[in-house]
Design a protein around this ligand. Structure first.
Ligand code: HEM
Length: 421
């Protein structure tokens, strides 16, 4: 890779990855990064941005150099500096511990093998019918109206209800569950003001207190749910999970799956409405829906960025990265790299290599919930396509809004109209 010219760097530094407008529509910036500086030190923040498919794949494959112990960068880790008011609230709960997503092998492997005991694909296979029924119930509730706000009436409740059921949370506590999920998203956003951090941590402590009791109960009276599996999980030679570790894992299961799946459902539907010929093709050939879902994941990339920390001085893509540097793996850029995906911004439900996207990551941190998410998305779109004829945006509806979040990109609402069949 040739070193960049100073003019090219200057044009890149017009953009700031923390600018909410860049987060909402990162495409022009991403294209510049991929074509001119696939590994780039951002002058505004000092962070190293990794954007091309090749270099993103390289970073994901080298966890020994590029660590996931990034909570320190984000003000959430055990030794992080946090505002006084936040640390006061944190004292009331369990200390944050680094588990799967925020740990490195070999510790990360220990967590993953224990969680796999509870979160095996065993349940996902059997979950198929439950997903179908829930999808159908959610659509029944608005199918006769000819209009829906897809995010709140379908995209959020689908994954939230399923994970709550998997965790053994009763239906009446779903509202709390949703609030906690929003608290975690705010804490992860990297964009929260100190006041918002305080609010987010209040919710996190509330979550911890709720699940502390559930964990105690399941230790004595195990049921057929993931929480029971977590508290009773034993892997030969591994220490069982303690309460703080279980809580951290539950938090990850809650936040990692809800926001991302909801975003893909909304963004996928937006793509279908904006590309009626592709929607028509899926109506005629529903067997293409699983491939269309991969193409939606590629274009949506709800985990737009993910943190890494460089552990030892390294040079990649002609850029020298000092030890301790914060890095952003730009999944949203890699998934539109023209070297891998020709005409990368085009939505093509039959794209032959759509499934090569990195929306679920790769390597040791490859998404634990990928199979569950795919099941929800395929069943969700099968039903939406069949049951919402002629979907369209209501006249005069504004373009979707994307709240500021350095990691997760997803719209706030998607109002739709459709014919009543
Ligand atoms: C469309 C939906 C989803 C997307 C796009 C997505 C994306 C991702 C990505 C990119 C990673 C890797 C992060 C990294 O590079 O460090 C990841 C990890 C993870 N995901 Fe997902 N995810 C989705 C759904 C789910 C669901 C449904 C669950 C569980 C209920 C889940 C649980 C996890 C967990 C626990 C990890 C951490 C695994 C580890 O570090 O070992 N995700 N996900």
């Amino acid at each position: 890779m040739m070193a960049n010219t100073s003019e090219e760097i200057a044009s890149l530094d017009r953009f700031n990855p923390f600018d909410p407008a860049v987060q909402a529509q990162p495409w022009e910036y991403n294209d510049l990064l991929v074509s001119q500086a696939p590994v780039h030190r951002d002058a505004n923040t000092g962070l190293v941005l990794v954007s091309s498919y090749e270099w993103v794949s390289h970073v994901l494959a080298h966890h020994e150099s590029f660590s996931n112990r990034f909570m320190l960068l984000m003000g959430g880790g055990a030794k992080a500096k946090v505002p006084e008011a936040v640390s006061e609230i944190m004292k009331e709960g369990y200390p944050p511990v680094d588990t799967m997503l925020t740990a490195d092998p070999p510790e990360q492997r220990r967590f993953r093998s224990l969680v796999n005991k509870g979160f095996t694909v065993r349940s996902v296979g059997r979950l198929g019918t439950r997903v179908e029924n829930l999808v159908s119930d959610l659509i029944d509730a608005f199918a006769g109206d000819g209009r829906v706000e897809l995010r709140s009436q379908f995209a959020v409740p689908l994954p939230l209800t399923l994970i709550a059921e998997q965790l053994g949370v009763p239906q009446e506590d779903l509202g709390k569950f949703r609030k906690w999920s929003d608290g975690f998203v705010a804490q992860l956003s990297g964009m929260a003001t100190p006041e918002e951090q305080v609010e987010a941590w209040k919710l996190i402590v509330e979550f911890q207190k709720y699940f502390e009791k559930v964990l105690e109960d399941r230790a004595d009276n195990p049921r057929n749910d993931i929480i029971s599996a977590l508290v009773t999980a034993r892997v030969e030679g591994e220490k069982p999970l303690d309460t703080a570790e279980c809580l951290s894992i539950l938090q990850q299961l809650l936040v990692a799956g809800n926001e991302t799946t909801a975003s893909t459902l909304c963004e996928g539907m937006r793509l279908l409405v904006e590309n009626p010929e592709q929607l028509e093709r899926l109506r005629e050939e529903p067997t293409l829906i699983p491939n269309a879902v991969e193409e939606m994941l590629r274009l949506t990339t709800p985990t737009a960025n993910m943190w890494r920390v460089c552990l030892e001085e390294t040079e990649i893509g002609g850029v020298s990265i000092p030890a301790g540097s914060g890095m952003l793996v730009r999944y949203s850029a890699a998934n539109r790299d023209p070297a891998i995906f020709p005409d990368p911004h085009r939505f093509d439900v039959a794209r032959p290599n759509a499934g090569e996207h990195l929306a679920f990551g790769a390597g040791v941190h490859f998404c634990l919930g990928a199979q569950l998410a795919r099941t929800e998305l395929v069943k969700g779109f099968e039903a939406l396509i069949e049951r919402l004829p002629n979907p369209r945006f209501p006249e005069g509806s504004p373009p979707p809004e994307y709240p500021p979040n350095i990691l997760l990109r997803g719209m706030t609402a998607l109002p739709l109209e459709f014919d009543i069949s």
